[in-house]
Design a protein around this ligand. Structure first.
Ligand code: PMP
Length: 424
């Protein structure tokens, strides 16, 4: 094993990891349910669902079976000019549960590309009609992925600084935190009055990477009403919030005004295979129906609609819409709320937030909350020493477990959180 770790160190460049002073990777041999098993016999609770992707636990037998069955018949095929059953079934499945105005599914292969596709669809919607609308509006603090379009609509900071000159110009409205909601709606109204705004992109109800920052469905509905009144295309980035995380299947289900375009990934395959999806309404797709070839949406990836990924996504879908999964989501939400009530007055906490299966605790540190806050490493090590994987966003600890976690396991995680808070 040491030998493998040495080879890792000399040949692999890990994501979001400094090459100097970064933590050494932990070697994982297998994973089942909520546990990651190491080579030296530890079983670590995956309390962040492996970067927010895992829904039904690792190596769920239904998903394993779907993958095994699928690879025996069709591994992959070009998706331009060809099609297959797993993709067709998945499109139908998704359209059954997505907001009612969604009518088309466009496939890609990760969250960032699902966002790129959404942005390109929105921009080309206008150029196809010869209408000059180019500006995109986003929310301060946003994170939409690491490709250039996705970075452009994300907040500027340490992730984007080296690429600053290459990002396109975007208008950011302030994050609506309650007391400033009227001001934010006014800011937004002033922007969309200019007629040049093509689209508004947002992470509905919760900005994940920004520290699980949450805002109300009421204010988002107000923004969407203004956007709709000015024909601005509304893009919901549900890459993180989709598939039950917020307590409903999609965060958009909390809203009255429906998005025109939705980006999905992460939980779509239950956390097993890379897949991205961008869905849209009839109105959007109709702007691409033309005999003029230049109005085609010229976008696609080699692994678009990979049959293996689609097959496991269908297996994950069947679990997601089942009674058991629904009950588990309800259970986690109830336990999170109860724990929030138990600790929210703790003097070391600046804020405690929860929405559905997402629980976030913001530590009261000197200065502003930030992703790079040094307390991060201490938190990470503290929980790993106790065989719990929590990967804080700076001084924000969050608990986001796979839906199959048991009450006793979740209570164990809460217990360690309390121990951490009570430590001097
Ligand atoms: N959008 C949101 C809201 C996300 O949280 C993320 C990833 N954390 C992405 C897009 C990018 O997804 P991926 O990492 O699969 O490219």
């Amino acid at each position: 094993m040491n030998d493998l770790l040495q080879k890792d160190a000399s040949s692999i460049w890990h994501p979001f990891t400094p090459l100097v002073g970064g933590t050494k990777p932990i070697f994982i041999k297998s994973a089942t349910g909520v546990y990651l098993h190491t080579d030296d016999g530890r079983s670590i609770i995956d309390a962040v669902s492996s970067w927010w992707v895992n829904l039904h636990g690792h190596s769920h037998p239904d998903i394993v079976k779907a993958l095994e069955e699928q690879i025996k018949s069709l591994d992959h095929v070009i998706f331009a000019g060809f099609t297959h059953e797993p993709a067709i079934t998945l499109s139908e499945n998704l359209l059954k549960i997505l907001p009612s105005n969604q009518s088309r599914i466009f496939f890609s292969d990760n969250g960032s590309t699902a966002v790129e596709v959404a942005l390109k669809m929105a921009l080309q919607f206008w150029t196809n009609q010869g209408i000059n609308r180019k500006r995109i509006v986003a929310i301060e603090g946003a994170y939409h992925g690491d490709t250039f379009g996705a970075m452009s609509v994300g907040s500027r900071g340490i992730f984007t600084d080296p690429f600053m000159d290459h990002l396109f110009d975007v208008s950011f409205i302030d994050f609506p935190v309650g007391h400033n909601e009227d001001v934010v709606v006014e800011q937004f109204s002033a922007l969309v009055c200019t007629d040049n705004v093509a689209a508004f992109i947002f992470e509905p109800l919760v900005q994940g990477a920004a520290g699980m920052r949450m805002y109300s469905p009421a204010v988002l509905d107000r923004l969407l009403r203004v956007a709709k009144a000015h024909n601005v295309i509304c893009i919901a980035d549900e890459v993180f919030s989709g598939f039950g995380r917020t307590g409903k299947l999609f965060a958009s289900d909390y809203l009255h005004h429906l998005p025109d375009i939705i980006s999905l990934s992460k939980g779509i395959t239950g956390g097993t295979m890379p897949l991205g999806v961008t869905s849209c309404s009839d109105e959007i797709v109709n702007a691409f129906r033309s005999e003029d070839i230049s109005k085609t949406f010229f976008h696609g990836h080699s692994y678009t609609a990979n049959p293996l990924a689609c097959a496991v996504a269908n297996a994950s879908f069947n679990l997601l819409v089942g009674r058991e999964c629904h009950e588990q989501i309800e259970l986690i939400s109830t336990l999170h709320r109860a724990f929030k009530r138990r600790i929210e007055q703790h003097p070391r906490l600046r804020d405690v937030r929860c929405l559905g299966t997402i629980l976030a605790l913001e530590l009261d540190v000197a200065g502003e909350s930030s992703y790079t806050h040094p307390v991060r490493k201490r938190i990470y090590d503290f929980f790993l020493d106790r065989n719990v994987l929590l990967r804080p966003l700076g001084n924000v600890i969050y608990v986001l477990p796979p839906y199959v976690i048991k009450t006793a396991e979740l209570e164990k995680v809460y217990g360690y959180v309390e121990e951490f808070l009570n430590e001097r």
